[in-house]
Design a protein around this ligand. Structure first.
Ligand SMILES: Cc1cc2nc3c(=O)[nH]c(=O)nc-3n(C[C@H](O)[C@H](O)[C@H](O)COP(=O)(O)OP(=O)(O)OC[C@H]3O[C@@H](n4cnc5c(N)ncnc54)[C@H](O)[C@@H]3O)c2cc1C
Length: 479
C-alpha cells in the first residue's frame, strides 16, 4: 500500500463568481456585523495548529437562527462558499476558506435558552462556550462535563464530535446531544431529535450533523444532557518509572471497570514541558497520570483504594491528592495547558497534532511504536492522552523552514494514523478530519464507505457550498 500523505494537498480553489455580489448584499443588510477587514478575514481563515491561512471574502456575525438562514439562502443562490466559525480552536485545517466565501461567526449567538434541572438537560445557542455553560448552570448543582482543552463553542464541539478529559466517564458530543436546530445548505431551518432520552424515530439526523464539520449545514441550537455535580470529587497524580508501566496501569484500571471520571497520561517530555509552563511543584519529569474520581464519599474512597493497589503493581509512586478545589483546578488547568506547554518546548516551531484512538488492549503497543518511530526520526514529539478511552495525542514539532524536518514530521503523523487504523482504531478520536486527515479517512473506512459519505454530502449540499474541501474527499467514487 502506498504511504498516505499527512494531508491531502491544500489547493486553493477559484472563488465562486457570485461571491462579490453576496458580500455587497450582506454589507447592506448587516452593516457593521459584516467585515471585509484583512485582520478579520485572516483571523477566520485558519484554526489552531498549522497556520496556513486561506481567508474568506468576508465575515458575518448573525444573532439569530433566522439570520443564519437568510445568509445561507443568499450564499446558496450565488453558489458562494459558507464556512461556519465557532471559536477557531480546531486543529485539522477545518476553517481554511479554500475558495474564499463567507465565514459565519456564531459567537454572538451566545444565549443559554433553557435549563431544565429536573430533566438534566438544557438548550443553548451554538456560540455558547463550554465554560459559559458551566458558569450558567453551576448554581443549580449541574455541570456539563465535556472539556476540550480550549474553551470551544458548543456548536463547534457538536460539529467536530468533540470530547475531552471526562469522556471516559461521560461520553462525547455524540452521547450528550439530544437534538439540534440546523440551517441546511438551502437556508431552511430544521429541528432534529428532541428532549427524550431515547428515540427510534427514523434516521438519526442529530448524529449525522454531529461531526459533519460544517459541511452539511449550520448548527444554531443544541439540546444537551447535563449532569449533577458529584457529591465527592477527588483528583490525584501518580508517577511511573517508564511509559509502558503507566499505560499498562491504565489498561488495568479500565479492564477492571473502575469508573474513573478522568485518567490522563503525560509522558516524560510533556511533564517536563508542563512543569516549566504551569510551574508545577513537587513533580519530576517522568510519565505521569492525572486521575479524577466522582461519586459518593464511600464510592470514591473505594475507587481510590483499588486504583492505588493497581498502580503499586506497576511501579507507581508519589500518589498525591489535590485536596482542595483550588489545587484540583490548578492541576487540570495545567493539563489543559499541555498543548501550549508542549509548543513552548520549541518556540517558533510549528506543530502537527495527532489523535490516534485504539482499543484499550492495544494502547501500550501503539504508544510504544509511535514513541520509537519519533525517536528514529529525531523529532520532538511529547505525548498527552485521554488514555482511558485509548486516545492519545503526539504533538509533532517541526521547523516550517526546514524541509527535511517537515517531511519527517509528516511521515510520523501519517504513521501514527496508519498504526492506529491497523490496530482496529481510528486516525481521530476527537479532533475530526478537516483537511489534514482526508487520506487517513479513506484508509480507515475504505472507498465503498467513502462513496456513501460523498452521496450524503451530494444529497444535502448538491452545490458543494458548505465548507468546501473538508471532511469527505472530493474525488467522486461511484456508489
Ligand atoms: C489547546 C487545545 C486543546 C484541545 N483539546 C481538545 C480535546 O481535548 N478534545 C477535543 O475534542 N478537541 C480538542 N481541541 C480541538 C478543538 O477545541 C475542538 O475541535 C472544538 O470542538 C472546536 O470548537 P470551535 O468552537 O473552536 O470550532 P471551530 O474551530 O470554529 O470550527 C470547527 C469546525 O466546526 C465547524 N463549525 C463550527 N461551528 C459550527 C456550527 N455552529 N455549525 C456547524 N459547523 C460548525 C467549522 O466550520 C469547522 O469545520 C483542542 C484544541 C486546542 C487548541
Amino acid at each position: 500500500m502506498p504511504r498516505m500523505s499527512v494531508a491531502s494537498p491544500i489547493t486553493p480553489q477559484p472563488p465562486a463568481p457570485g461571491t462579490a455580489g453576496v458580500v455587497a448584499a450582506l454589507a447592506s443588510r448587516f452593516g457593521a456585523r459584516l467585515s471585509t477587514a484583512t485582520a478579520d478575514r485572516e483571523a477566520h481563515g485558519h484554526g489552531e495548529g498549522l497556520r496556513d491561512v486561506f481567508a474568506p471574502h468576508a465575515v458575518v456575525w448573525p444573532e439569530t437562527t433566522a439570520e443564519v438562514a437568510e445568509i445561507v439562502a443568499l450564499c446558496a443562490a450565488a453558489l458562494a462558499p459558507v464556512i461556519p466559525f465557532g471559536t477557531g480552536t480546531s486543529l485539522e485545517g477545518h476553517l481554511q476558506a479554500l475558495a474564499g466565501g463567507i465565514s459565519i461567526d456564531l459567537s454572538r449567538m451566545d444565549r443559554v435558552l433553557a435549563i431544565n434541572a429536573a430533566d438534566l438537560d438544557c438548550r443553548v445557542e451554538a456560540g455558547v462556550t463550554r465554560e459559559a455553560l458551566n458558569h450558567a448552570i453551576r448554581d443549580q448543582g449541574l455541570f456539563f462535563p465535556l472539556d476540550p482543552g480550549a474553551n470551544a463553542s458548543l456548536g463547534g464541539m457538536a460539529a467536530t464530535r468533540a470530547s475531552g478529559t471526562n469522556a471516559v466517564r461521560y461520553g462525547t458530543m455524540r452521547d450528550v446531544t439530544l437534538g439540534l436546530t440546523v440551517v441546511t445548505a438551502q437556508g431552511k431551518i430544521i429541528h432534529t431529535g428532541g428532549r427524550a432520552r431515547k428515540s427510534a424515530a427514523g434516521y438519526d439526523l442529530t448524529r449525522l450533523y454531529i461531526g459533519s464539520e460544517g459541511t452539511l449545514g449550520i448548527i444554531t441550537e443544541i439540546q444537551l444532557r447535563l449532569f449533577g455535580i458529584p457529591e465527592q470529587i477527588s483528583a490525584a497524580t501518580v508517577q511511573f518509572p517508564a511509559l509502558e508501566h503507566a499505560v499498562e496501569a491504565v489498561m488495568a484500571v479500565m479492564q477492571c471497570a473502575i469508573p474513573v471520571a478522568r485518567i490522563e497520561l503525560l509522558d516524560t517530555l510533556q511533564m517536563q514541558a508542563c512543569i516549566a509552563w504551569s510551574r508545577l511543584e513537587g513533580f519530576v519529569p517522568a510519565p505521569t497520570l492525572f486521575i479524577e474520581f466522582h461519586g459518593s464519599p464511600a464510592g470514591v474512597a473505594e475507587q481510590i483504594s483499588t486504583v492505588r493497589d493497581l498502580f503499586d503493581g506497576f511501579g507507581g509512586s508519589q500518589f498525591r491528592f489535590a485536596e482542595t478545589t483550588e489545587a484540583r483546578s490548578r492541576l487540570w488547568e495545567a493539563r489543559h495547558q499541555a498543548y501550549h506547554a508542549a509548543r513552548g518546548l520549541a518556540p517558533g516551531k510549528d506543530s502537527y497534532s495527532t489523535d490516534a484512538c485504539v482499543p484499550i488492549s492495544r494502547l501500550a503497543e501503539c504508544i510504544a511504536g509511535c514513541r520509537a518511530e519519533a525517536e528514529a526520526l529525531r523529532l520532538t514529539a511529547p505525548i498527552v492522552g485521554h488514555v482511558g478511552d485509548g486516545n492519545f495525542h503526539m504533538l509533532v514539532l517541526f521547523d516550517p523552514e526546514d524541509a527535511d524536518e517537515r517531511a519527517r514530521a509528516e511521515q510520523l503523523v501519517a504513521s501514527v494514523s496508519e498504526r492506529a487504523i491497523a490496530m482496529g482504531g481510528t486516525c481521530t478520536g476527537e479532533h475530526g478530519i478537516g483537511l489534514h486527515k482526508l487520506d487517513a479517512l479513506v484508509l480507515e473506512h475504505g472507498e465503498p464507505a467513502i462513496a456513501i459519505m460523498q452521496a450524503i454530502k451530494a444529497a444535502l449540499d448538491p452545490d458543494g457550498i458548505m465548507n468546501p474541501g473538508k471532511t469527505v474527499p472530493s474525488g467522486r467514487i461511484p456508489l
